[in-house]
Design a protein around this ligand. Structure first.
Ligand code: RRO
Length: 310
């Protein structure tokens, strides 16, 4: 069986790769993804300037998932741009995530990426939940439209957006109406569920320091929400916009479910943080076994073909 996929003309030998965030901030971490079975290398979201992020502890794991309030720690835009030539050593696409602190910063970074070699695509993050005082752009439909309007005046590389999870059916329709007006290569569903709270009853305390303990939730907790978002946008968006699934993937079966809902590729966040780069080969093997059992030779044999009961 083949786990190969393609997103806006970019070929990936495996549909599984890392979510932006965990273990993709330094060149060494990105190299490790390059040397793994991941189908692509996706960088930590970049801001124009290097950032230290929020005070620690800022990441915590429970048996069912994670909470984080990293606050966008990253080496700065130029670092991830420079990494592109180093990524060439790996026979897989290098995708840059960007998350400017203002629309102007996003536009400036996207302008600087025009015509850059060795960058396969851009994932524009509309959904960071953890920078104090900055709302998640993806929850403001008019702001999202205004940003995309400006971005598409300058972009030359394939560009997709990383969305926050939506929970209300009219919100899916409203965001889809915005996204369908632009030539997006892909939409990644979903970022962490913003501003959850994990507490420790023993110490009667929160578990992370920033924002009084509030942070983005990932892992098992969020799989049903992630699948709902993949499925909704798969049905609502123009067929030339690929859906990339992210949320609660720790096994081949989880990846299978995302693809059945419509995902063309699947990202791994919390489980990658927990397990390291072996997650990509293990989950690939598990997904391959499921496909073999079911008689599916490739992803497109079952992608999006979720059945309803009526
Ligand atoms: O760095 C973060 O705190 C962070 C980001 Br930019 C994001 O998009 N999602 C997340 O859960 N954390």
């Amino acid at each position: 069986v083949s786990l190969a996929t393609s997103i806006a003309g970019v070929s990936l030998s495996s549909c599984l790769y890392n979510a932006s965030g965990p273990l993709c901030t330094t060149a060494e971490e990105l190299d490790a993804i390059g040397n793994s079975e991941a189908g692509a290398i996706l960088s930590k979201s970049a801001t124009l300037e290097k950032r230290a992020g929020n005070p620690e502890p800022r990441y915590f794991e429970t048996p069912w998932g994670s909470i984080n309030s990293m606050g966008l720690p990253n080496e700065g835009f130029q670092y991830y741009l420079d990494y592109a030539s180093r990524a060439e050593a790996f026979a897989k696409p290098y995708i840059m995530s960007i998350s400017g602190l203002s629309h102007q910063d996003n536009v400036d970074m996207i302008k600087a990426l025009a015509g850059q070699k060795h960058i396969a695509a851009i994932e524009l993050n509309l959904s960071c939940p953890n920078v104090p005082g900055k709302p998640q752009t993806g929850y403001d439909f008019e702001q999202s439209r205004a940003l995309l309007q400006r971005v598409f005046e300058h972009v030359s590389l394939p560009l997709g957006v990383k969305l926050p999870p939506y929970f209300d059916l009219p919100h899916f329709d409203m965001m889809a109406a915005v996204l369908n007006d632009y030539p997006l290569a892909f939409v990644t569903c979903v970022n962490s569920i913003g501003n959850g709270l994990v507490i420790d009853p023993e110490s009667e305390s929160v578990v992370i320091k920033p924002k009084s303990g509030f942070g983005g939730i990932g892992g098992d907790f969020i799989k049903p929400t992630a699948l709902a978002n993949v499925r909704k946008f798969y049905t609502l968006l123009n067929k030339d916009i690929a859906i990339i699934g992210c949320g609660g993937v720790k096994s081949g079966l989880d990846a299978f479910e995302h693809i059945l809902c419509g995902a063309s590729a699947v990202q791994i966040g919390t489980q990658f943080m927990r397990e390291g780069t072996t997650c990509f080969s293990r989950i690939a093997r598990e997904l391959g076994e499921i496909m073999q059992q079911k008689g599916y030779a490739d992803i497109t044999s079952f992608q999006g073909k979720l059945r309803s009961l009526d």
